[in-house]
Design a protein around this ligand. Structure first.
Ligand code: GLY
Length: 391
């Protein structure tokens, strides 16, 4: 069968694979991306919130630093990408308002605010009345909220299209086929066999296949990334000109323990998300999922029921054991990872591209210091222990 040779083969053409390929090609590497439909993947479904502060979780301070660093890169990254691709990359500085609908939500949001403040993050507590002054479509019952002016958004579909175009223009070769198996010889990865029968030889192979990264055939069990799919269902609505401006910023809340958010685009789209379900590989849009999203969003912004519903879809977040990405080289020569971004794939796109390009071009293959805590080998001993216990 036909053989192609490259410096780097990226398995997976979602936004993480594309940014890795683009940045590596900019640094002079000959790069190929294997994906039957590059520019798709989880980003096609994602809302694109850049929510480092409003999605802060207890115990994830190291990830917060990476998230904030990536958010800070977004304006320059989007401008550079837009210039390189000759199209708008979809970045929109708009801020976020996280609100509470009852006394329990309010107490929880107050705790989050105290935690944010203890970390020096910029978040301002507002009364319910002040929240409605900012966003008049909010329900009259809103009890208070957090104004976070630094949490913005990007349209992931525009971002993916721009990355695809910029990568093409930088010389990245697109192999429109699925990687069927990773190829190894003499204890190193040598590339991959594609579903169309092509053998792709590469000095380094980067697995950036989202949740599929955890089950790519041919990857030895002890280096297979511990990544699992976490399903998110999402709805897209349209704001007719008669209803504009409907919301001026991202509005979100935790309703009965579930996150609900509304992300208004400047194109007149309104993204309403998202469920978080551990159902394996299932991507069915369910009546229950749609019902719960609409019910919770209606409590937040009653006017949404007047809007046309244009799309319902589900995607799979690639989740690692600590919710943080797995980046850089593995224990197997020639194999690197860029996966496991969970809820932060869109947010972490700029910094992932920079970190992966640095790892691919530095003489020792090391990640830069800001990405070092997210090295791909950090769960390797756990994986080995599990395997030893199993025999
Ligand atoms: N970051 C939003 C989500 O994963 O639903």
């Amino acid at each position: 069968m036909r053989t192609q040779t490259h410096d780097v083969l990226v398995v997976g053409g979602g936004i993480i694979g594309l940014v890795t390929a683009w940045r590596a090609a900019q640094r002079g590497l000959r790069v190929a991306v294997a994906d039957p439909a590059p520019g798709g993947g989880a980003a096609h479904v994602a809302a694109g919130m850049l929510a480092a502060v409003t999605e802060l979780q207890y115990g994830e301070q190291a990830l917060l630093d990476l998230n904030l660093a990536s958010a800070a890169r977004y304006p320059d990254f989007a401008a550079e990408l837009g210039d390189a691709a000759g199209m708008d990359a979809g970045y929109r500085p708009c801020g976020t308002l996280a609100v509470a609908l009852d006394a329990d939500d309010r107490a929880q949001l107050r705790d989050l605010h105290a935690f944010q403040t203890s970390l020096g993050l910029d978040a301002q507590w507002l009364s319910g009345r002040d929240c409605r002054r900012l966003e008049p479509m909010l329900a009259p019952g809103v009890r208070g909220g957090l104004r976070v002016d630094g949490d913005h958004q990007v349209d992931p579909r525009r971002l993916a299209a721009a990355l695809l175009r910029a990568a093409e223009l930088a010389g990245v070769v697109f192999l429109r086929s699925r990687a069927a198996r990773l190829e190894c010889a003499a204890d190193r990865v040598t590339g991959a066999l594609l579903a169309d029968g092509t053998t792709v030889a590469a000095d380094r192979t980067v697995v950036a296949a989202g949740s599929e990264s955890g089950r790519l055939p041919g990857v030895p069990a002890d280096v297979l990334p511990p990544v699992r799919p976490v399903k998110g269902q999402i709805l897209r609505l349209r704001i007719p000109p008669s209803h504009a401006p409907f919301l001026t910023r991202t509005v979100r809340a935790v309703v009965r323990g579930s996150h609900v958010y509304l992300v208004p685009r400047d194109t007149g789209e309104l993204i309403l998300g998202a469920t978080s379900e551990e159902f394996g590989w299932d991507t069915t849009v369910t009546a229950g999922g749609v019902y719960e999203l609409l019910r919770d969003a209606h409590e937040l912004v009653p006017g949404i029921t007047e809007l046309p519903l244009t799309e319902t879809l589900a995607g799979l977040r690639p989740c690692s054991p600590d919710n943080a990405p797995l980046l850089g080289r593995t224990a197997l020569d020639g194999l690197l990872l860029a996966t496991g971004h969970h809820r932060n794939g869109v947010l972490l796109t700029p910094i992932t591209g920079d970190a992966m390009a640095a790892a691919l071009t530095s003489p020792d293959g090391e990640l830069p210091a800001y990405a070092a805590p997210f090295g791909a080998t950090r769960f390797a001993s756990r994986t080995r222990e599990r395997q030893e216990q199993a025999v």
